[in-house]
Design a protein around this ligand. Structure first.
Ligand SMILES: C[S@@+](CC[C@H](N)C(=O)[O-])C[C@H]1O[C@@H](n2cnc3c(N)ncnc32)[C@H](O)[C@@H]1O
Length: 321
């Protein structure tokens, strides 16, 4: 059973329809629009709140009509649908819930899903209400659960966006039950050129713009940026595209979408590239060493391929029984 605690007092809390209650029955953290709220929206992830509430359905398999999240989830975790029956899964940084949807619709696991931003509302609209889903707006650094509560812990697409990558990994390892598993992925440092890229050149300025302003700027210029990107590829100068301020269309987006759908993913991913407060890629080997340092075993660090040519830098590990 997963024991819910107050991350401040460490005392046990009880769930109710109105919120998380202390021993006297007082609501300590309210329930609002489907999620227990331990923090306010006003934090460094406000950009993600806007992003996922704007693009609520874009990357959700059941709405997009593709299977990219399903393929990615099962390729990265190597879990099978049947093996998750009855397991408790903690998902940290769930965004609009693309992987929540896979866990809820393709397995019989009990899901505890956490995000620091108001994206929990998008996740609830996509996946709730559901008897196997509990949603929390909370931080990875102050998770409202007793340590070693979960059979499986996942954190996909999140760690590079936290202020202290190593402390975030530690917080996740603490949540894994003895015998349980952790699966994480993140932006990798590939080589010395990783940061020689329009993203890292322009982020110091663009991440400071008001989020609405940045979103409008991207929307206004997206057709031109797509044309430049496509032209460079056509004339064999695709290498120049790292200096075009647009997401990496070929290496990060699934093939086979309509032009309209592709444009929406590009706007989303370009906003996702410039708006976050933190963007801290790491080497696979460094993260694997941290996971070992925090006591996990069978640490496997690898590039995982899914949905054709897409790939994700993934670390899997287990806590000793
Ligand atoms: C790029 S999104 C990925 C969302 C989702 N996992 C996906 O792949 O679609 C990163 C998410 O991490 C969340 N996040 C960032 N820092 C966090 C923290 N300290 N605690 C919990 N979530 C956090 C953001 O709010 C955001 O929704």
């Amino acid at each position: 059973m997963v024991v819910i605690i107050d991350p401040v007092s460490k005392k046990e809390l009880k769930e109710s329809g109105t919120g998380l209650l202390d021993e006297s029955g007082k609501v300590v953290y309210p329930m609002h629009n489907g999620a227990f709220r331990l923090v306010s929206d006003n934090n460094y992830t406000a950009n993600f709140g806007l992003e996922w509430n704007t693009f609520q359905k874009t990357q959700i398999d059941k709405y997009s009509g593709n299977t990219v999240s399903e393929e990615r989830f099962f390729a990265q975790t190597r879990w099978t649908k049947d093996s998750l029956e009855g397991c408790t899964v903690l998902e940290v940084g769930s965004g609009a819930g693309r992987f929540s949807q896979i866990i809820l619709d393709h397995t019989k696991a009990d899901l505890y899903s956490v995000d620091y931003s108001s994206a929990v509302e998008a996740n609830y609209r996509n996946n709730g209400p559901h008897t196997r889903l509990k949603l929390f707006q909370a931080s990875i650094y102050d998770l409202p659960f007793k340590k070693e509560s979960f059979d499986k812990v996942i954190c996909l697409g999140v760690l590079q966006h936290t202020p202290d990558f190593k402390a975030s990994v530690k917080a996740l390892t603490e949540m894994v039950k003895p015998g349980g598993e952790l699966v994480i992925d993140f932006y990798p440092i590939r080589n010395v050129f990783t940061k020689v890229h329009s993203k890292y050149i322009l982020r110091p300025v663009l991440k400071r713009l008001k989020h609405d302003t940045l979103m409008s700027l991207i929307r206004k210029n997206i057709n031109t940026l797509i044309s430049i990107y496509t032209f460079n590829r056509r004339i064999g100068l695709g290498v120049l595209n790292r200096f075009v301020p647009i997401c990496d269309i070929e290496r990060t987006l699934p093939a086979g979408m309509s032009a309209e759908q592709l444009k929406e993913w590009i706007i989303l991913d370009t906003f996702d590239m410039f708006s976050p407060q933190y963007d801290d890629p790491q080497r696979l080997s460094t993260v694997a060493a941290w996971v070992k340092e925090f006591g996990l075993i069978d640490v496997d660090a690898a590039w995982v391929k899914y949905h054709g040519n897409l790939e994700a830098a993934t670390v899997r590990a287990r806590k000793k029984l």
